[in-house]
Write a new protein. Structure first.
Length: 528
């Protein structure tokens, strides 16, 4: 069969399946088979069968079925081979056996549940082990004469796969036709999806407990297609974009290119615009690409705690690609070649990147300058007014938080203020005591590095404020030298030890005076 005939055969089968996402998953697994077994297109042990009267597309290794995609009641299924002894231990989707021999069984899985990397890594490992065993069974596939080289090429060449998918979406396309100029994408092809009311690159910063995460959760509810990742000190470029991951297959160590969350978010954004691959997007005209991406459904990527990682090292060349005018669909589109896959990559203009930054961990002033130039910033400060009218046994929560933060700002800075979220859930006096004992006082100790005198100043427990000793949340006691050592030690100044109110630490909240909190913001009458 000629090359053009094979291409046409493949295109017609993809039209029959009529499900780009399931097809992309199938070709991803076919590429993994090629990488795992090192079977070339001309290897007689391999056959990718695409027949008009046969169900779906089958990948055979020698006499064994290794992978198949076909429709079942309008829903594509992917078939995998597993060891018969392994099937009983499978987790994840409800596997249904359809074929069996003495050693193996074949299971069809609905495409939505067929991504074994996410569903069951043990099943993925067993499938790969079966493939390696199939490779060694004999020397020639009985289906080799039916092998479709176009399907093999689509698995190993993303650009060609993009062309095949694009052709399958055009009912009148025939292999070998003279290509015509691309028809401009009509601006009225669909109603543009509503976009979130934020900049493309947006960063929320503020102290802990001010509602940054709550805001992102609300935004994720508005944008159905979203991704979430939390940065940490060891987070790397390879986890964000792509990297080599070691994998043991059949007892042999191999390295596979694994895509990161940012790449997956960008690819999803392209698919929302009707592109199956990057190659398909980049082969389109700039005008069509701009209009498609402008009309496409938005995708949101949330990066929590963005300042905890080495941002410059993690983002790498993405810093430049994030600029709105340099995105795909922008005025000055820019792409780069990824370091491991050598794939051409760009950031789509319908991808929104929302980061959160905890100023208590690192000031915004310490952020990479290149990052600061490319993001719009919004401060999320504490809002004591959200506590207006909230009184717990005569304790005004708004004044309490307001006073604590004014003192912290005077003694430290505003980046280390206390967020209103600490007090919003408080409904009873014991809950207020719990919040101070378990959250706020430990946080103050962290902020001030156990400088108890400053902590006492924040809480109004210092001598000049005038709280009675029993009302103090953090008490200062003279060091009992004679009791400890039998004599007074020579000192230049008196030494002290500090303790948190014992009733607070013992959770005996009934004996913690309410004035201990009222006197934080209201100076005692008998104070000096």
């Amino acid at each position: 069969m000629s090359t053009q005939a094979q291409q046409q055969q493949l295109i017609e089968k993809l039209r029959e399946i009529n499900h780009p996402e399931a097809v992309l998953l199938f070709f991803r697994f076919l590429k993994e088979i090629v990488d795992l077994t090192n079977l070339a297109d001309s290897d007689p042990r391999l056959s990718v069968v695409v027949l008009k009267n046969a169900p779906g597309i089958s990948v055979n290794i020698n006499a064994y079925l290794g992978l198949r995609i076909q429709k079942h009641k309008d829903t594509p299924e992917l078939w995998f081979a597993f060891h018969k002894s392994f099937v009983d231990t499978l987790k994840g989707p409800d596997f249904k056996e359809v074929l069996r021999d003495s050693d193996y069984t074949w299971q069809p899985i609905p495409w939505q549940e067929a991504d074994l990397d996410k569903v069951d890594l043990a099943a993925k490992q067993d499938w790969e082990n079966c493939l390696l065993e199939f490779t060694e069974k004999s020397r020639k596939s009985p289906h080799f004469k039916k092998h479709n080289s176009a399907a093999y090429r689509a698995a190993v060449n993303e650009a060609f796969l993009g062309e095949i998918l694009a052709a399958s979406a055009q009912p009148t396309w025939q292999a070998g036709e003279v290509s015509e100029p691309q028809v401009p994408y009509p601006a009225t092809a669909q109603v543009p999806f509503p976009r979130p009311a934020i900049p493309l690159n947006y960063l929320l910063y503020g102290p802990p407990g001010t509602g940054k995460t709550y805001y992102t959760q609300q935004l994720m509810q508005q944008v159905p297609s979203h991704y979430f990742v939390t940065f940490h000190p060891s987070f790397s470029y390879e986890e964000l974009m792509e990297g080599l991951r070691p994998d043991v297959v059949g007892g042999q160590l191999s390295y596979q290119i694994r895509k990161g969350v940012f790449y997956e978010a960008c690819l999803t954004a392209l698919r929302k615009a009707g592109y199956g691959t990057y190659e398909g997007c980049l082969s389109d005209t700039p005008a069509n690409r701009r209009q498609r991406l402008a009309d496409a459904e938005p995708v949101l990527l949330v990066i929590d705690e963005i300042n905890r990682a080495n941002v410059s090292a993690v983002l790498g060349e993405l810093i430049t690609l994030l600029e709105p005018d340099k995105r795909l669909g922008g005025e000055r589109e820019q792409t780069v070649q990824l370091p491991y896959s050598r794939q051409v990559f760009g950031v789509p203009s319908n991808l929104y990147v929302l980061g959160t930054l905890n100023t208590a961990d690192r000031s915004i002033a310490l952020l990479d300058t290149a990052l600061r130039r490319r993001f719009d910033f919004r401060e999320v400060p504490p809002e004591p007014e959200l506590l207006a009218g909230r009184h717990i046994d005569g304790i005004d929560l708004r004044l309490l938080l307001q006073t604590l933060n004014r003192r912290i700002e005077a003694l430290y800075d505003r980046d280390h203020a206390l967020g209103h979220a600490y007090l919003l859930p408080v409904q009873t006096y014991p809950e207020l005591c719990d919040t101070f004992q378990q959250k706020l006082i430990p946080l103050l100790r962290e902020y001030f590095y156990d400088d108890w005198e400053k902590i006492r100043l924040v809480l109004g427990d210092n001598d000049r404020w005038g709280k009675p000793f029993d009302h103090q949340l953090v008490r200062r006691l003279s060091l009992p030298d004679r009791e400890l050592f039998g004599e007074e030690l020579p000192r230049h100044e008196e030494s002290y030890v500090y303790e948190i109110n014992p009733f607070l630490t013992k959770k005996d909240y009934a004996n913690v005076p309410k004035e201990a909190f009222v006197s934080v913001y209201h100076k005692p009458k008998n104070s000096p």
